[in-house]
Design a protein around this ligand. Sequence first.
Ligand SMILES: [Zn+2]
Length: 222
Amino acid sequence: MTVKAGIKAIKLEMNAGGRPFIVHAALLWDDHDVILVDTGIPGQTELIRDALAKEGFAFDKLTKIIITHQDLDHIGSLPELIEASEGRIKVLAHELTKPYILGEVPLIKRGIVVPPVKVDTILQDGDVLPYCGGIRVIFTPGHTPDHICLFHEPSQTLISGDALISIDGQLMPPDSNFTTDMETALKSVAKLLDTDIETVITYHGGVCNGSIRERLAEIAGK
Ligand SMILES: [Zn+2]
């Protein structure tokens, strides 16, 4: 049986110290893989299990996790998810993200060291991963120095991580309060103009459709 490659934003409604904190992780699948992009803050294994079940995937179908960058709201639940999978899930990340995931250096913004997780595959700008119909890695530093976006070729969907956010369906530049180098971040947005993007899944804000190119040009000041 062949399952068509698919992609979907999954809404994770977390509780961050008593406050609601909502993110939109991306889920991709084909007949070999189920891939989660980013993992929320620590303590979300049950929530992610439930979110996967809602989409019709048992937790043990999850084969890979791709991390967009080293911020805690993206790598937080990675150690527990890997532990819960008994090492079955493979971790993919950019080489600049790797030392943070390995717990070798403190996170840039939080200053904490996370429990170490092995990185199975190092990602580089321009890599096209042969999963779910093709996932292209686009190095987009600025929000953090290690940031990547992912482009799902069959659906022309950009998984923006925090290189872009959205408010009420409108694409916005990354939040300047949490961005280490805004000038570089906007150059990275300009770089996205090379890609024919139909839909964007922003981690903070959800899905955006329509006139993506025009909006990216506006944000990048092009
Ligand atoms: Zn974030």
